[in-house]
Design a protein around this ligand. Structure first.
Ligand code: MN
Length: 292
C-alpha cells in the first residue's frame, strides 16, 4: 500500500519529492504497546485524507509521494539502531531536494535517522514535538530506549528545540539544566505564543530535522499512544508552528512516531498522523505563511 494510494506516476521513488518510509518498531516500549502497527494504520487511513491543502490551496501530491518498503524490526535495540542507520544510508534517503518522512514506530527510531541527517548536512538542528523530554541517559536497561531518544540525538547535534514538553524526571532536570530551561511548554505557548514562536525560529539553524511524537498533542486529540500525558498541544498550535518553521527553514527530514492505533472505529490518532504528514508535505512544497 502506498501513502495517499497514488497512481504510479505520482508515487515513483525515482522522482518523488517526498519519500514515506515506514519503520514499525516497539522493542523498548515501557507501557502500552501498539506502535508496531502505527505505520500500516497511518497509511491505511491516508486514502481518506484530501490531497488539496485547505490553507495553501494546492495539491501537495503534485510533487510526488513515494512509499518505500518497511524497515523490518530487529531483535534488539542496538541491532535496530544499526539496521535503521544502514538502511537509510543505503537507500540514500537524505538526498538534497527530497524529504524523507519516517512513520514509526516508537521514538527510539529517531537517533539513527538524525545520525544520517547530520552526516549529510552540516549544522542541523532538531525540532522535537513531544510530551516527554526523552533525555535520560538510559532507560529500562538500554541506551537505545524511546526514553533516551533525545539524549542520543544530542550526540549528533547540540541544537535541539523541544516543544510541548510536560513530563521529565529529576535526572533529566538535573543533568540537562540548560535544555530544561529551553523547554517550550504548553503553558508557555498559551501565555505568550508569539514569544515562543520567535524563540523556536531563533534557536533553530537553517537546516532542520523535525521529530513529532504524537503524544505532544493532548490525549483528547491523539488517544492512541503508549504514554498519553494530559495538558497537551492542539492541532492548530502544532500546525501553525510547523507552517512558520517550514517557511523559514530548510527541512531535511521528518518523523512521526508513537502512534499506537486503538483499533475498532477509533482512528482519530492515525488519521491525525496521516493529515500531519500531508500538511508537512504542503508546507515544505509551497513555503509561505500568508495564506489566502
Ligand atoms: Mn513522548
Amino acid at each position: 500500500m502506498s501513502f495517499f494510494y497514488l497512481p504510479k506516476e505520482l508515487s515513483d521513488p525515482a522522482t518523488a519529492k517526498f519519500l514515506v518510509q515506514p519503520v514499525p518498531y516497539e522493542g523498548t516500549v515501557s507501557f502500552l504497546k501498539g506502535t508496531i502497527n502505527g505505520p500500516d494504520a497511518i497509511i491505511a487511513v491516508s486514502n481518506q485524507v484530501e490531497h488539496f491543502d485547505e490553507e495553501l490551496l494546492f495539491d501537495m501530491t503534485q510533487a510526488g509521494v513515494a512509499t518505500l518498503p518497511s524497515i523490518p524490526p530487529a531483535n534488539s535495540p542496538d541491532e535496530q539502531f544499526d539496521r535503521i542507520y544502514q538502511t537509510v544510508r543505503n537507500r540514500n534517503l537524505f538526498q538534497r531536494g527530497r524529504i524523507p518522512i519516517f512513520l514509526g514506530g516508537e521514538h527510539s527510531i529517531t537517533p539513527p535517522l538524525v545520525r544520517v541527517a547530520s552526516e549529510e548536512y552540516k549544522e542541523i538542528s532538531v525540532l522535537q514535538f513531544d510530551a516527554h523530554a526523552d533525555l535520560r541517559d538510559s532507560y529500562t536497561g538500554t541506551k537505545f530506549s524511546h526514553g533516551s531518544a533525545m539524549r542520543r540525538v544530542l550526540e549528533y547535534t547540540p541544537n535541539l528545540v523541544q516543544v510541548g514538553i510536560r513530563s521529565f524526571s529529576e535526572e533529566e532536570f538535573r543533568d540537562c539544566p540548560d535544555r530544561v530551561r529551553q523547554f517550550i511548554t504548553p503553558v508557555l505557548l498559551d501565555k505568550d505564543y508569539s514569544f515562543c514562536l520567535d524563540q523556536i525560529l531563533h534557536k533553530l539553524t537553517g537546516q532542520i530535522y523535525i521529530t513529532i511524537d504524537i503524544d505532544a498533542f493532548d490525549p483528547a486529540f491523539a488517544p492512541g499512544t503508549g504514554t498519553p500525558e494530559p495538558g497537551g498541544l492542539s492541532w492548530r498550535t502544532v500546525t501553525d508552528i510547523l507552517k512558520h518553521v517550514c517557511a523559514a527553514k530548510n527541512v531535511v527530514g521528518i518523523d512521526i512516531v508513537e502512534v499506537a492505533p486503538l483499533g475498532g472505529n477509533n482512528v482519530i490518532t492515525e488519521f491525525m498522523a496521516a493529515r500531519l504528514a500531508g500538511k508537512l508535505m504542503a508546507y515544505n512544497y509551497n513555503k509561505q505563511t500568508n495564506c489566502p
